[in-house]
Design a protein around this ligand. Structure first.
Ligand code: PHE
Length: 334
């Protein structure tokens, strides 16, 4: 009986596998504490016949020694590992989790790439702008509602957070001579109540081309090329007359809804068309404001919202999702 118990514990010790610190603690509890099965074996020695007592005592002692050395070796291993994992810079790292690009960056990069292929250079300007670059140079009349505190975040009498990337048009015109062909991505700010469709900041990509004999047909061609590459090759364009202080004529550009191909769905509110950007021929007085001879040069400009295009392409129905930094949303773009 006692012999069986000894053999049972011995075979357990033969295959013992200590992986964690908890395993080690459990091992101590099972084999080394006073109430452990192994320690209790000593109580039975007195019941063994005198001629066998020495041999059995020896076996149990041996078992205890084995258990103790298993415990000590593993304890030492844990201690060594712990110091090494803290100090040894040659050990392999735990590995990195790859992040993913933000959907707005993905769309912005696609837009930039397409226009660069069409011959546009990249530029940008400051997010804090003065009245001249954001409004006056772009023909905004003194009493235009956009200049109102309600729409614009003023940070001083003269300075505001830019309300559109069109301010960068002015910066380019004043610092370089035509021909000018640029796209200008960036963040813009408007004093709007945050909702599913509006935010106090968002992103735009502006474009200009100023040269001799630039016409509305050139604008149409370049936007047609862009739309085909950005959405799909069968997309159709529609230009609706519109108004911006700095372009004349001005238009809003719609494309056939790429979800339903124009037959009508929720995304296009069953009209078959979705609005993509504002555009037009740069008003001659804007050229003159920036010392560009409007008798010699003409140009076009366009501006689109990156969020709007991302919402359409990825069918995201709440603008706030772009800015919450919720990993469940962002991970879908890896
Ligand atoms: N700046 C305009 C806006 O924010 C867009 C635009 C850009 C329109 C260039 C025409 C030309 O709505």
């Amino acid at each position: 009986m006692l012999e069986d118990k000894i053999n049972k514990i011995k075979s357990e010790l033969d295959v013992i596998n200590i992986k964690t610190y908890e395993d080690l603690e459990l091992f101590k509890l099972n084999y080394l504490t006073k109430k452990s099965e192994l320690s209790l074996l000593f109580n039975f020695i007195k019941e063994v016949s005198p001629e066998l007592r020495k041999e059995i005592g020896f076996k149990i002692n041996n078992l205890k020694n084995i258990a103790e050395s298993i415990f000590e070796t593993n304890k030492l291993l844990f201690e060594v590992n712990q110091t090494f994992s803290l100090n040894d810079s040659t050990l392999p790292s735990n590995g990195f989790n790859n992040g993913s690009k933000h959907p707005l960056s993905i769309i912005q990069n696609q837009i930039i790439e397409i226009f660069q292929k069409l011959g546009f250079s990249l530029s940008d300007g400051p997010e804090i702008e003065d009245d001249w670059h954001n409004f006056s140079a772009l023909n905004f009349p003194e009493n235009h509602p956009a200049r109102d505190m309600q729409d614009t975040f003023f940070i001083s009498e003269e300075h505001a957070l830019r309300t559109h990337t069109s301010s960068v048009q002015v910066r380019i015109m004043e610092s370089e001579k035509p021909p000018l062909r640029y796209i200008m991505p960036g963040r813009v700010y408007r004093n709007e109540a945050v909702s599913a469709r509006a935010n106090c900041f968002f992103h735009q990509v502006e474009g200009i081309y100023i040269d001799k004999n630039v016409s509305f047909a050139d604008l149409k061609l370049v936007l047609f090329e862009f739309t085909k590459q950005m959405f799909n090759k069968d997309v159709k364009l529609r230009f609706r007359p519109s108004y911006f202080p700095f372009t004349e004529p001005s238009a809003e550009m719609d494309i056939t809804c790429f979800i339903c191909s124009g037959s009508g769905c929720n995304i296009c509110k069953h009209s078959g068309w979705v609005e993509i950007m504002g555009c037009g021929m740069i008003d001659p007085s804007v050229l003159e404001n920036n010392n560009i001879d409007s008798n010699k040069y003409s140009g076009y400009a366009f501006g689109m919202g990156i969020e709007r295009i991302a919402m359409l392409k990825y069918q995201i129905n709440d603008l706030r999702l772009f800015f919450d930094n919720d990993l469940r949303m962002l991970k879908q773009f890896s």
